[in-house]
Design a binder for this molecule. Sequence first.
Ligand code: BGC
Length: 748
Amino acid sequence: MSQEPRIRRLVEELSLEEKVRLTYGANDPEGRATGYVAGVDRLGIPPLRMADGPLGVRIPDESATAFPASIALAATFDTTLAREHGEALGRETRGKGQDVLLAPGANLVRVPHNGRNFEYFAEDPVLSASFAGAVVAGIQSQDVVATPKHYVANSQETARAAVDAEIDERPLRELYFPSFRSAVEADAGSVMTAYNDVNGTRMSDHERLVRDVLKGEWGFEGYVVSDWFGTEGAADAANGGLDVEMPGITMAEMQSAMAGDDADAPDAADGDGDGEAGELPDAIAEGMPDPESCERFADSLVEAVESGAVPEGRLDDMVARVLGTMDRVGLLEDGEARRASGDPTGSDDGAVDTPAHRELATRVATRGTVLLENDGVLPLSDDADVAVIGPNVDEPVLGGGGSSETTPVVETDPQTGIDERAEGEVTVAYGLPRIEAVSMLEEFTAGSEDDRADPSREPDLEGAAATAREADVAVVFVRDTASEAIDREDLRLPDRQEELIEAVAAANDRTVVVVNSSGPIECPWRDEVAAVLENWYPGQAHGDAVASVLYGDADPGGRLPVTFAPEDAYPTADEQRYPGVDGTARYDEGVFVGYRHFDSTGREPTYPFGHGRSYADYEYVDANLDLEGGTVHVTVENTADRDGREVVQVYVRPPSVADVDRPVRELAGFESVSIPAGERVSVAVDLEELAFARYGENEWTVDPGEYALEIGRSSRDVRATVRTELEAAFRERTRESLATDEAPPTDG
Ligand code: BGC
């Protein structure tokens, strides 16, 4: 329980019923918050309001800046930018009169098909942890509670609420924990548990992982909140370390709250599968938890405490964690006052959709764009005649489906972005009917009837090819569709988009493909085209951002945070591992996820982790290791006649140890730097301890022997190597800093 005397006194003044009321969700009387904990007026405790992220602040029927997807942010390999991004999210959350942002998504990208990969950062724990920490620090700096989610091993949406992740301690420690631990170290005020089980226990009542590891070992002092309808037994959850149960209201109440003022808002889902308003299509329904199986804190916690099934000390700790977190962001001081200062909806125009946030959304979308291939066609010359082709070129790709869906105030689509930038002629051909993205929220609140199809768009590949033939350059925009609650069926582009690319490429050998995807896709057509850009889900600034990269106003600063390969090449191609058999997904690839897998099997990825080209060229002049300072100093020269942005990456190759399988290399550090034409810069890359250590025999170990530090442009493009024997003192320091206090808290 909190040591803060003020919080202890407050807890003592609460009745049993009042305490319990602070541990579960209720309906927001304003109908705006996705999660709402009612306050206690009598003691001046204000309510706690939670809004969804991580792509922007989502409130039904309201707008906010629609930022690029998290994976696009991670592709910048720039944690300073991530911090700025977090600050903007925090500012908008506060500007909307909300106290908590349910973000960032901190799960590791293990399964390339995962419908929520766009909400996560990377397949590598050092990259993912750096971004989780930076975004959390940014959000919290605005006196807003960050909620990294979903703790832990929530790697798939297929059966996400039922699957048991069977996983060893080593991959948990080396891969899946670090982002959450880093978020805790960055002072996250809360952590959301995942829907899935881990090793046979539901995450919402996982005593070992929640109470012992998160709170005990990492010293997490905030509150642990369940994912929506993610709990089962109330007493088990409370005793396991869960502090707040969400949403605390029924599915029907939540659906109508989410529908906002929508006249079609459903009364309830009747579950007969006929697709009427409010009833989810099967694919989404399978990814949803069963609200009926939750035992609510509201219904049973008072009795559980009275009967001794949950110790009162535990309840006091739950409440102290909620109040302590509210206090840390200043809510107990000025909670209602700070809301009253905004307009009646709580939306403060000075903080939401500001010019600075619009510019940031554009900058992140631009900087995260990855140039996968380029035979010289890019950057485009200003006066080129450009054919803009693709079924969705007249709308920006704001994000994927689900709780992160954000509605912007302003947006630019690719067609407009290019049209505004081009000095040559711009022609447009759709080629195919619009690819309908899944809006889980629309399905959830207005039924599954599809009234969005545009009948005027018949497939016309020949027309698209003819438009391409007339132009100097053809730019084809293609996209996937991904959503919470549903995984992608495969990694190919949906509908006939591959055919469209082939038809256009056959008509114009200066064809550029811009991919808007949630994660890796297969690109069997890549040899037929002149350039490929991975532009992720860029958000509201889509058109401006992609135009600035296409025309070379900005260098493509992005690098891949995930490996691109054919789907059968990933470790999760084995159905035992994904989606699992008989309700169990075996994580028996261990630590060999992402590039660790491709390196160890010797299989060539299509595009390796860390890959991304620049319009400039770089020479790595020299590299030195300062082991004491934990830094590699690299001098990089931009040998081109244009300014560029380079991402210097450092990987550790550990020595081999008998009977231990280690990845060939692990990312240890990275630094994104802008280098003017013809200039040299000295880059200092800080090294993360995690890359030197392995988790074996229940503790962190740093093996003696020779380590090679590979410095380069990607995990497969090494430009310099420095070898070192780690001194005993360094090894011990590294081990100690990773080791944690093993003692579980007494009443937490
Ligand atoms: C999602 C969470 C989200 C919550 C509230 C759940 O279905 O998994 O990420 O924060 O809903 O909308």
